[in-house]
Ligand binder design. Structure first.
Ligand code: SF4
Length: 241
């Protein structure tokens, strides 16, 4: 429990807080295990070891010198970290931040300190969802997604991981269709899979595969973006902890 990594984007006055909790999913090639540090850092910093987790009282002094507008809570799965909401409340009260959390959607969380949820929809097809996450109830995530959409105090966005030959155009099309059935204006980002090693059974998608899957999702959704190897970092990211 606690925050093991903090990064800051000065241009956007945005801080990212990485939580050390466990996760209720066990995804193949979990990025939290393979690349625990912010992937937007330069290579040297991103290769450094993971820090020891800080409790809330020790996190706040790292934030005080920063000018903050937005705080992003991520890492393994913030919703099951007992420090997540107390820290979000401190940020809201003392720093007036717009608070966003990134979640796999298994738990539904609402709180006055939360402004925005980004739900990662791993898959919709039962067999794929089960094989990828180790959980057997994709409907639970989809129902929580709808609950967020109907909660007017929380802005909602969605994301998925594109894995060639596995969670590919067919599955992303199903996910995009589902999101559009809720609201076609919900922003949707598709991330290219990052293999954990050369022995990974899955590979990294090519740029043209990413562009193609974006077109597939755009048949249903108005605001689709992609993030993949080779996407340029738009604003410098600093390591705070
Ligand atoms: S939901 Fe995220 S943190 Fe949890 S196992 Fe999957 S990739 Fe890892």
């Amino acid at each position: 429990m606690g925050v093991y990594h903090i990064t800051y984007v000065p241009k956007l006055s945005e801080v990212c807080l990485y939580f050390n909790s466990a996760c209720n999913f066990s995804c193949r090639g979990c990025i939290g295990d393979t690349y625990p540090l912010d992937c937007h850092l330069d290579k040297k910093e991103a290769a450094q070891a993971k820090n020891r987790a800080l409790n809330i009282n020790k996190v706040v002094p790292y934030l005080k010198p920063l000018s903050l507008k937005k705080a992003i809570f991520l890492g393994k799965e913030p919703t099951i970290d007992r420090d997540f909401l107390p820290l979000a409340r401190i940020l809201k009260k003392d720093f007036f931040t717009h608070n966003i959390f990134i979640t796999n959607g298994w738990e539904y969380v609402e709180d006055e300190a939360i402004d925005e949820a980004c739900v990662s929809i791993k898959a919709i097809t039962l067999e794929l969802f089960e094989d990828f996450t180790g959980k057997d109830d994709p409907l639970r995530v989809l129902n929580n997604f709808k609950k967020y959409a109907h909660n007017h105090n929380i802005k909602l966005r969605a994301e998925s991981i594109f894995i060639p030959g596995y969670i590919d155009n067919i599955e992303i099309e199903k996910i995009a269709k589902f999101i559009s059935s809720v609201d076609s204006t919900i922003p949707y980002r598709i991330d290219g899979y990052i293999p954990y090693s050369e022995n990974d059974r899955f590979r990294r998608p090519t740029k043209s595969e990413m562009e193609e899957v974006k077109l597939v999702a755009e048949k249903y959704l108005q605001n689709v973006s992609i993030l993949h190897f080779g996407t340029k970092v738009r604003h410098a990211v600093e390591r705070v902890y």
